[in-house]
Design a protein around this ligand. Structure first.
Ligand SMILES: Nc1nc2c(ncn2[C@@H]2O[C@H](COP(=O)(O)OP(=O)(O)OP(=O)(O)O)[C@@H](O)[C@H]2O)c(=O)[nH]1
Ligand SMILES: [Mg+2]
Length: 1108
C-alpha cells in the first residue's frame, strides 16, 4: 500500500464512526513496538522489510540502545476492511514498570486496547496491571498472542503441545479479566442490595439471605472474555510478520471443504475433530485422542512451513508451498543466507499480521461515538464528588460527550493527558518539506537567472571591490540570521498530547484551560451567565484563557500541521506550555469539569539530589528541572528545606532517563546526581520479650531501659516527665498548658488499612474541615459506603482492652492529615465532633462545643502533624504509631492576691502569679473565662500561645515515641524473576547478598522456566537488575515494583545490657547493625548529629607484637 496522504487522513478525521483510538499494552518486551512496526509498514511509512527491526515508534536514542520503550507515542494510520475506510489512531506504550505512568496517559485517550501476550512467557505481572488499567478506564481490550514462532523454534513444541499451551495462556488472560469483572459485579450487586435493604428494613424485620452469585448470572459478560471464535484474538509472530484470526482459516476451509463458514468458526477452536470418513465435525477430540481441528487445519500448516523454510531448508518443498499459496517471492529472498528472511517474505504475504490485527480492531473496538454513559460520568466526576451534585450546566455537558458531535454548536471539550517536549527541528513549520515539481522548476529558473547575471557582471568586470563588499554584507546578515535561528532552536517546545471529546478545535480559537483543581460550581457563581472566552472575565482559580496556537497530527517521529480537528480524534496542540503543567482540560464552556485524575500505578520512590557541576549554572538547572517536571507525567521535582534540588522517579531506569534528559535536553549542562536517597519510616513496636541472644527479658530489665530513657530526656527539657509506662507529661514554656501523651504501636493490619485508604481518609478530613467552617461537602453514595466499610474494618482490627472505643475517639490522621498514624482523644470529658461525622449526615451534626479547648484543638492537631512528619530517629516520617492524648489541662490565672502584686504593667498581671488548674470538666463560666484569658496569654514573652501549644504537642509526641522501643521501617520492592534451572542458583545468590527474601518459587507450566517471587529492600536494590542480568548472562531480568514497608528487626539504639549480650557481641557491639547503619546514613545526609566515635582509644597505639 502506498503512503497515505494527509488529505485522506483529514477527510477520515471527520467520520467519527470510522475512527478507532487504541493503544498497545503489554508486559515489557512482549513485542508491542514490533507489532506497531508491522502496522506502520502497512501504510508505507516504513518498508515492510524493516518492520520489526526498525522499531519506528522508539524514536529516542536510548530507547533504541536499551531496546525498551520509555514513552508512549502516537501515529495515525489508515486501513480498509470490509469495504470501509478507517482511521486508526494508534498509541504504543512502554511495558517497563518504571514507565507505567506513560501507560496511564495513553489509556485515557483511547477507546480500546490491543493487549499483547508473549506465547512463551504468558501472563506476566505487567500484563495484569495493564488489563486492570484498561478495565479502570472502561476501555475494551482485544488480544494478540505474539511470538508463536518461539514455540516452534525455541521450545520445539509439536503443534499439538502448542495448542494446549495456547489454551492455557488464553485461560490465564481470561482469569484476570474474570476477577476484575466479578469484583465489579459483586460491588454493584452489594450496592443494589444495600439500597433494597434500606427500603426493606422499614417494613420487614425478618432475616434476609442474599444470593451473591445472582448478579453474575444476570450480567452479560459475553463481550468480556477473549475467545478466538468471537474474533477478538489474533495469533501472531510480529517479528516474522504473520498473524491470523480463525475467521481467515474458517473462510478458506469452508470453500475448500464445503462446510458452512459459521460451523467451522464455532469449531475451529475447541475440543472438536474432523471425522474424515463421515465428513463430519465431532466433539471430544481429547478423549478420543484425535487431533483438534485447530491443530489439523491451522497449526500444522504453520509448523510445516517453519519446518521447510527454517529447520530442513528444503528448497523444493518451499517452492511448492509458495506456488500453492499463490505468493510471489523475490529471488534475492529465496537465495538469502538467513532463512528468516525468506520466512518473513512468505508469511507476511500469506497471513499479513497487519491485516489480521487491523480488521479485528475495526470490527471489535468501539468508535469514539460509542462512549458509554458510565465512562462519561466517571470522567466527569472528580474524586468523591457525586455526579448529580455537579452544577446543572455541567451535567448537561454529559450529552455533548455522548453525542461526540463535530457540530459548530457543540462545546469544545479536549483532555490533555501529558505534555511532550519536542525538538524545534521536528515542528512542521521548521521542517524542510520535499518540494513539489513546480517549485523545483521555479527554483531552477531562479538559479539560472542568477547565474546569468553573475556571469554578465563578471564579464563587464567593472569594479571588483564593490562586489566584495556586497559579499561581506551578505555574509554578515547570514550570520545574524543563523544566530537567531540557533536561539530559536534552543527553545524547548511542548506539544500537548490530547484528544477531542466534543466539538471541533481550530487554530486560533480561544479556549479555557482548566487545571486539575478547577471547580466549575465556583466558576459559574463568579462568571456572568452565558459568558464566552472572548469576553473580559474576572479571574477564577485554576482557569486560564488562551488561544490555540497550532494543531498537529501525531505521526510517530513526525508532526503534521492541521487547521482543525473534529471530535473523536487524538491530536497534538502547540503553544500550551505556559498554561498546562502536566495535564489539563480544554473547553469553550466554563461549566466543563476537569477530568478525573489519571490512575497512576507506580509510586515514585527513588530520589536523588541534583547539582550542577559548575555552581554558576544553577539557574540553568532550575529551568531544566522545571521543564523535566512538565515533560514527564510521573517525575517529581522538589526543592527541599536544605536547598537541595531533589528529583523523585519511579525506578532506576526512569531515573537514568530523567538524568539523560536533563543533561542533553532541558538543562544542557553537566550535572551530578547524589546516591539515591532511600526513604525510611520510623515506628515503635511492642517491647520485645527476648533480648538479642534470645534470652527472656525480665521485668527489671525493661524498667532499666525506661529509666535510661528518662535520664536522657531530663537533660533536654525541664518540663518533661516520663513515667514507667511511657506516658509523657509536658508543660508549655509559659506553664499554661500541660499535655499527657502515650505512644502505642498500631497493629500491622491497621497500618495497612490506613495506607490503602488514603483517599478515603482525605475525603473524611476534608469533610471535617469544611464542617468546621460550617460548610458541607456532597459525598458520593459509594464513597460514603466505602467510608462506612473502612470504619467497620478499623473497628474489627482494633480489638482488645487497650483499643476499646478507639475508633470513635480518633482525633485525626497524620502526617498531612491522611497518613498511617492516628491521634486519639482519650481526654476525659472533652467532646469534639467525630471524624466520622460525614457518616452521620442524617443525624443532626453535633454542635461543636465552644470552649477554649475547641479553639486550640487545631494546635494539638498541628503538633501531631509535625511530629508524625519527621520522627526523632532520623527525621523521617512516622508510620503505624498511635498517639493517645490522655489529658490536656489549660491553666488559667485567677486574680492575683494583694501580697504578690509587684508587677507594674497591669496587663501582665494576669499572666504571672498564681495559677489554678481548671480541668476540662469545669463549669461553663470558668470556661468562658479561660477563653478570654488564654487569648490574653498570647501576649506573653513566650510568643503566641497557640504556637507554644503546637511546639509542646510536637515535643510530647516525640518523647512519647522515644519512650517506646523504636524501629526503622524499610521500603520493600517485590520482584518476579523468570529464570531457567541453570541460572537459578545464581539468582538466589544475588538475592541473598542483597538481603532479599524469596517468597515463592514455581515452575511455569509448559516451559522449563522457574518463576521466583521475592521481596528486596529498596535500599539494597540499586544495580540489582544489572547484577542479575550479568550473573545470568542476560537470561533473567527482574522488574522491581514498590510493595510495602517492613520493620527492620534490629534496634538501631541497641547497646548490650545483659551479661550474655556482652559475651556475644562484645562491649562495643560493633558487629553489623543494619538499622543503625541506615539510620546513621540518613542522619549524616541530613546533617544531623551522628553518635559515632572516630577515635576509640585515646592512648598511643601500641604494636602488640613488638612490645612483648
Ligand atoms: N521471536 C520473536 N521475537 C519477537 C517477536 N516480536 C518481538 N520480538 C522481539 O522481542 C523483543 C522486544 O520487542 P519490542 O517490540 O521492543 O517489545 P515491547 O513490548 O515494545 O517492549 P517495551 O516497549 O520495552 O515494553 C525484541 O528483541 C523483538 O525482536 C516475535 O513475534 N517473535
Ligand atoms: Mg516497545
Amino acid at each position: 500500500m502506498g503512503h497515505t496522504s494527509l488529505e485522506k487522513i483529514i477527510a477520515l478525521q471527520k467520520k467519527t464512526s470510522q475512527i478507532r483510538n487504541l493503544c498497545i499494552l503489554a508486559h515489557v518486551d512482549h513485542g508491542k513496538t514490533t507489532l506497531a512496526d508491522c502496522l506502520v509498514a502497512s501504510n508505507g511509512i516504513i518498508s515492510s522489510r524493516l518492520a520489526g527491526k526498525l522499531r519506528y515508534l522508539d524514536s529516542r536514542e536510548d530507547e533504541q540502545i536499551r531496546g525498551i520503550t520509555m514513552k508512549s507515542s502516537a501515529i495515525s494510520l489508515h486501513c480498509t476492511t470490509g469495504g470501509n475506510d478507517y482511521l486508526i489512531n494508534l498509541i504504543d506504550s512502554p511495558g517497563h514498570v518504571d514507565f507505567s505512568s506513560e501507560v496511564s496517559t495513553a489509556v485515557r485517550l483511547c477507546d480500546g486496547a490491543i493487549v499483547v501476550v508473549d506465547a512463551v512467557e504468558g501472563v506476566c505481572p505487567q500484563t495484569q496491571v495493564v488489563l486492570r488499567q484498561a478495565w479502570l478506564e472502561n476501555i475494551r481490550p482485544v488480544l494478540v498472542i505474539n511470538k508463536i514462532d518461539r514455540l516452534i523454534v525455541e521450545l520445539k513444541l509439536t503443534s499439538q503441545e502448542a495448542y494446549a499451551h495456547l489454551q492455557k495462556i488464553l485461560e490465564q488472560v481470561n482469569a484476570v479479566t474474570g476477577t476484575l469483572f466479578t469484583s465489579k459485579v459483586l460491588e454493584e450487586r452489594a450496592e443494589k442490595n444495600a439500597e433494597a435493604q434500606s427500603i426493606r428494613t422499614e417494613n420487614d424485620s425478618g432475616d434476609q439471605v442474599y444470593d451473591w452469585s445472582a448478579g453474575l448470572e444476570e450480567t452479560d459478560d459475553s463481550d468480556l472474555y477473549f475467545s478466538p471464535d468471537r474474533g477478538n484474538v489474533v495469533f501472531a509472530s510480529a517479528i516474522d510478520g504473520w498473524g491470523f484470526r480463525i475467521h481467515q482459516f474458517a473462510e478458506m476451509y469452508s470453500q475448500k471443504m464445503g462446510i458452512r463458514f459459521w460451523v467451522l468458526l464455532k469449531t475451529l477452536w475447541g475440543d472438536f475433530y474432523l471425522n474424515a470418513k463421515a465428513k463430519k465435525i465431532m466433539k471430544g477430540a481429547q478423549s478420543k485422542g484425535k487431533k483438534p481441528l485447530f491443530v489439523q487445519l491451522v497449526l500444522d500448516n504453520i509448523w510445516s512451513m517453519y519446518d521447510a523454510v527454517v529447520t530442513t531448508r528444503d528448497k523444493e518443498k518451499v517452492e511448492k508451498m509458495v506456488t500453492s499459496l499463490g505468493i510471489k517471492v523475490m529471488p534475492r529472498d529465496l537465495k538469502h543466507s538467513d532463512p528468516k528472511v525468506l520466512l518473513s517474505a512468505i508469511c507476511s504475504q500469506w497471513l499479513p499480521v497487519s491485516q489480521a490485527v487491523l480488521s479485528m480492531v475495526c470490527e471489535k473496538l468501539p468508535s469514539p461515538a460509542e462512549i458509554s454513559a458510565e465512562r462519561v460520568e466517571k470522567l466527569m466526576s472528580v474524586g468523591a464528588r457525586r455526579f448529580d451534585s455537579l452544577p446543572e450546566k455541567t451535567q448537561e455537558l454529559k450529552k455533548a460527550f455522548l453525542d461526540c458531535s463535530a457540530d459548530e454548536t457543540a462545546p469544545v471539550i479536549v483532555f490533555v493527558s501529558k505534555m511532550v517536549s519536542v525538538d524545534s527541528k521536528a515542528l512542521p513549520q521548521n521542517k524542510q518539506r520535499p518540494l513539489t515539481q513546480e517549485e523545483i522548476s521555479q527554483r531552477r529558473e531562479l538559479a539560472r537567472q542568477r547565474h546569468a547575471e553573475r556571469q554578465a557582471a563578471n564579464q563587464s568586470a567593472e569594479s571588483p571591490g564593490s562586489a566584495d563588499a556586497g559579499d561581506a554584507l551578505c555574509a554578515q546578515t547570514e550570520a545574524l540570521s543563523v544566530k537567531t535561528a540557533v536561539e530559536e532552536e534552543n527553545k524547548e517546545h511542548f506539544v500537548a498530547f490530547a484528544r477531542v471529546y466534543s466539538g471541533v478545535v481550530r487554530k486560533g480559537q480561544k479556549v479555557f484551560v482548566l487545571g486539575p483543581k478547577y471547580d466549575p460550581s465556583l466558576a459559574l457563581r463568579v462568571l456572568p451567565e452565558d459568558c464566552s472566552v472572548a469576553d473580559v472575565l474576572p479571574s477564577v482559580p485554576h482557569m486560564a484563557c488562551c488561544t490555540v496556537d497550532s494543531l498537529y497530527l501525531l505521526m510517530g517521529r513526525e508532526l503534521e500541521e492541521l487547521e482543525e480537528v473534529p471530535s473523536g480524534n487524538v491530536l497534538g496542540i502547540g503553544g500550551m506550555e505556559e498554561f498546562i503543567l502536566k495535564s489539563a482540560t480544554i473547553s469553550t464552556s466554563p461549566a466543563c469539569p476537569p477530568f478525573t485524575p489519571l490512575n497512576f500505578e507506580a509510586t515514585p520512590i527513588v530520589r536523588v539530589a541534583i547539582e550542577p557541576k559548575h555552581p554558576s549554572e544553577m539557574p540553568k538547572l532550575v529551568r531544566g528541572m522545571r521543564l523535566l517536571n512538565q515533560a514527564d507525567p510521573c517525575a517529581e521535582v522538589l526543592i527541599q528545606e536544605t536547598g537541595e534540588h531533589v528529583l523523585v522517579t519511579a525506578g532506576e531506569v526512569h531515573l537514568q532517563r530523567c538524568l539523560d534528559d536533563l543533561r542533553e535536553r532541558f538543562a544542557k549542562i553537566e550535572i551530578s546526581a547524589s546516591e539515591p536517597i532511600i526513604p525510611f519510616r520510623e515506628t515503635v513496636i511492642r517491647p520485645p520479650k527476648v533480648d538479642m541472644v534470645n534470652e527472656d527479658l525480665g521485668k527489671q530489665h525493661k524498667v532499666a531501659v525506661i529509666h535510661q530513657v528518662k535520664d536522657e530526656q531530663t537533660k533536654y527539657h525541664e518540663g518533661v516527665q516520663v513515667d514507667s509506662t511511657g506516658l509523657v507529661t509536658l508543660t508549655t514554656s509559659n506553664k499554661m498548658a500541660t499535655v499527657r501523651v502515650r505512644a502505642i504501636p498500631l497493629p500491622e493490619e491497621v497500618t495497612r488499612l490506613l495506607e490503602d485508604n488514603v483517599e478515603l481518609i482525605r475525603t473524611i478530613e476534608q469533610f471535617s474541615l469544611l464542617a468546621w467552617e460550617g460548610k458541607t461537602l456532597e459525598i458520593n453514595q459509594k464513597i460514603l459506603e466505602n467510608i462506612q466499610d473502612f470504619k467497620v474494618k478499623l473497628e474489627s482490627t482494633l480489638q482488645g482492652h487497650k483499643w476499646r472505643g478507639a475508633v470513635e475517639h480518633i482525633w485525626t490522621f497524620g502526617p498531612r492529615r491522611c497518613g498511617p498514624n492516628i491521634l486519639l482523644n482519650r481526654i476525659e470529658g472533652y467532646r469534639r465532633p467525630s471524624v466520622w461525622q460525614c457518616l452521620e449526615r442524617e443525624k443532626e451534626i453535633e454542635k461543636a462545643e465552644t470552649t477554649a479547648f475547641r479553639d486550640f484543638d487545631n494546635s494539638i492537631v498541628s503538633g501531631f502533624q509535625l511530629a508524625t512528619l519527621s520522627g526523632p530517629m532520623c527525621e523521617e516520617p512516622l508510620m503505624g504509631v498511635c498517639f493517645s492524648v490522655e489529658s490536656w489541662d489549660m491553666m488559667i490565672s485567677t486574680p492575683l492576691t494583694q501580697q504578690d502584686s509587684i508587677v507594674e504593667e497591669s496587663h501582665l498581671q494576669s499572666q504571672i502569679g498564681e495559677y489554678s488548674d481548671v480541668h476540662v470538666s469545669s463549669t461553663s463560666s470558668n470556661r468562658s473565662r479561660s477563653r478570654a484569658e488564654t487569648a490574653g496569654g498570647s501576649l506573653d514573652c513566650y510568643g503566641p500561645f497557640s504556637g507554644q501549644l503546637i511546639a509542646a504537642m510536637k515535643e510530647t509526641c516525640r518523647y512519647a515515641f522515644q519512650a517506646k522501643p523504636q524501629r526503622l521501617m524499610a521500603a520493600m520492592y517485590t520482584c518476579e524473576i523468570m529464570a531457567t534451572a541453570e541460572v537459578l542458583g545464581r539468582v538466589y545468590a544475588v538475592l541473598s547478598k542483597r538481603e532479599g527474601r524469596v517468597l515463592q518459587e514455581e515452575m511455569k507450566e509448559g516451559t522449563d522456566m522457574f518463576i521466583i517471587k521475592a521481596v528486596l529492600p529498596v535500599a539494597e536494590s540499586f544495580g540489582f537488575a544489572d547484577e542479575i542480568r550479568k550473573r545470568t548472562s542476560g537470561l533473567a531480568s527482574p522488574q522491581l515494583v514498590f510493595s510495602h514497608w517492613e520493620v527492620i528487626p534490629s534496634d538501631p539504639c541497641w547497646v548490650p545490657t545483659t551479661e550474655e549480650e556482652y559475651l556475644h557481641f562484645g562491649e562495643k557491639a560493633d558487629s553489623a547493625n543494619q538499622a543503625l547503619k541506615y539510620m546513621n546514613a540518613v542522619r549524616r545526609r541530613k546533617g544531623l548529629y551522628v553518635d559515632e566515635k572516630i577515635v576509640e582509644h585515646g592512648e598511643k597505639q601500641r604494636t602488640l607484637s613488638k612490645n612483648k
